[in-house]
Design a protein. Structure first.
Ligand code: NDP
Ligand SMILES: O=C1O[C@H](COP(=O)(O)O)[C@@H](O)[C@H](O)[C@H]1O
Length: 482
């Protein structure tokens, strides 16, 4: 996202008198993981291709006993998936190094830090419990001044651990050097929602409890576990997707207009709305659901049942689909349910936020056929605006029909990880999650996690490749509002 903060990465001010750019290092912890290969390195490749990171040294680290050659091939392959194979990217691949390390061990961390030069950014692409232990070890040995930290979601493993991680980080570097990453904030969705809501007078006046019946934020994926047992089995869909990404989308959908798009204003607005968010009726048993997939076929691929995947401890009862209903206790949204749902191994790839409007106060007698409420849809892939609206039908004008108006949003300049990496190298935290907000997101979901752990909400099942659970928690909606 381009913010009002000017970019300095690769700018003339960044170059010493001789003309060559200052050295910078990206130290990638968790280099052998799924995130690194599938999303992070392709995003980095595109950022490098844009010319924003001259003189970059990429150091990968993980417990795998790879050598530099294996790492370079991994980087080149990932860059290639994003079409990043020009001379700048080739130079980064050529100079890339791989250092095997246990990032929870002080000695290993010292060795990694000694290999970094210039402006250093450390990316923790690790399971959250390992990130906490690595941060703790770093706090004991200290960091070179100016080091910036990028920490993946989930931030901690619960509210208490998020607080303690924030405390450790405070001892490590100033808050403005901490980038809590939620790559959904690097999607063009952020600017799309802000532009749609605040750059015209059409929608914003009706986005409140007087006109809106409910809001759905849904992110259904066809992907299954994809070999990520080590991380996913201790996270599950609620922590992996809802506690982080979908709450960020909720904040953007429900916040008041920020005066500017700079970090202080935007993050302040989001923080305000999340502070006012809580579970509907405070009742996790009624307003949450969980399920996991059994064997099936998705997009022609045969998937094992989640519980039978390698590395999964079926007795943990980890869910691959989570759904819950939240209330946003503000003047604007009081009484409007926000339903959040995300699931894996599903047939339908529904990825959208949908605002469902109340019925008109009265449809004039003589007009017939009002069946569906009006809806505003914001798609997150494809990035698309949709408006389902009741108007006179094409035949008999007294018979109503719902038309579906669609407009495509522009694609972002960079993929999400390119955007969030740019933010960290620029020292611009606009797209990162503030420390207090990270804690609030845990506070919101914790009653649900507690109820699930106590076995108060049954773990249901759905076949991979199906639509998931039938119906929705909002059918009928709380208070019968739809
Ligand atoms: N995958 C995705 O689509 C996304 C993931 N994320 C986040 O990224 C993080 C990592 O997820 P993901 O990549 O999927 O998980 P993986 O399980 O695929 O990878 C975890 C990585 O952590 C490394 N690791 C674990 N323990 C240590 C240790 N003690 N010392 C050094 N390295 C260690 C592993 O190295 P080794 O294998 O060598 O042991 C591996 O490279 C999670 O927080 C997740 O939420 C965020 C957005 C998207
Ligand atoms: O953070 C995560 O996000 C991905 C989905 O993000 P996308 O940008 O690839 O659509 C999800 O698959 C993964 O489980 C989760 O950790």
């Amino acid at each position: 996202m381009t913010t009002s903060t000017p970019s300095t990465a690769g700018s003339p001010a960044d170059r010493p008198a001789g003309g060559s750019a200052v050295p910078r290092t990206l130290l990638l912890l968790g280099a052998s993981g799924d995130l690194a290969a599938r999303l992070l390195l392709p995003g980095l490749g595109r950022l490098v291709a844009s010319g924003a990171l001259p003189n970059l040294r990429l150091i990968g680290s993980g417990t795998h006993a790879w050598d530099d050659g294996q790492w370079r091939r991994r980087v080149a392959d990932s860059f290639a998936t994003a079409g990043a194979d020009g001379p700048r990217e080739t130079e980064v691949v050529r100079s890339a190094r791989y250092l095997p390390a246990d990032v929870t061990a002080e000695e290993d961390l010292r060795r990694l830090l000694a290999a970094c030069h210039g402006q250093t950014v450390i990316f923790f692409a690790l399971p959250p419990a390992i990130t906490a232990r690595a941060a703790d070890a770093l706090a004991r040995i200290g960091l070179p001044p100016g080091t910036r930290l990028m920490l993946e979601k989930p931030f901690g493993t619960d509210l208490a651990s998020a607080r303690s991680l924030n405390d450790i980080l405070t001892r490590l570097v100033p808050e403005e050097q901490v980038h809590r990453i939620d790559h959904f904030l690097g999607k063009s969705t952020v600017v799309n929602i802000i532009g749609l809501r605040f750059a015209n007078r059409i929608f914003e006046p009706v986005l409140n409890s007087e006109h809106v019946a409910c809001v759905d934020i849904v992110f259904d994926e066809s992907l299954g576990l994809e070999g990520r047992a080590g991380y996913y089995d201790s996270a599950g869909a609620l922590v992996d997707m809802v506690q982080s990404h979908l709450l960020q989308v909720l904040a953007l959908m429900a916040m008041d207009a920020p005066p500017t798009l700079d970090a202080r204003d935007l993050r302040g607005r989001k923080a305000q709305v999340l502070r006012a968010t809580r579970l509907w009726d405070g009742d996790p048993v009624r307003w949450s659901r969980r399920a996991r997939y059994t064997a099936g076929e998705v997009d022609g691929r045969r998937l094992l049942g989640y519980a039978d995947e390698a590395g999964i401890d079926a007795t943990r009862g980890t869910e691959t689909l989570a759904e819950l209903v939240l209330a946003v206790d503000t003047w604007r949204w009081a009484g409007v349910p926000f339903r959040l749902r995300s699931g894996k191994a599903l047939a339908g790839r529904r990825k959208e936020a949908v605002i469902t409007f109340r019925q008109p106060p009265r449809v004039p007698t003589g007009l017939t056929g009002y069946e569906q409420p009006d809806r505003l849809r914001i798609g997150f892939g494809p990035d698309r605006l949709g408006l389902d609206v009741n108007i006179n039908g094409p035949g008999n004008p007294l018979e109503l029909d719902q038309v579906h108006l669609v407009a495509d949003f522009g694609p972002g300049e960079l993929p999400p990880y390119g955007e969030v990496l740019r933010g960290a190298f620029d020292g611009d935290p606009t797209l990162s999650v503030r420390g207090d907000t990270a804690e609030d997101c845990w506070r919101i979901v914790e009653p649900v996690l507690d109820a699930w752990r106590a076995g108060k909400v049954p773990l249901q099942e759905y076949p991979a490749g199906s639509q998931g659970l039938n119906e929705s928690l909002l059918a009928p909606a709380p208070g019968g509002v739809i």
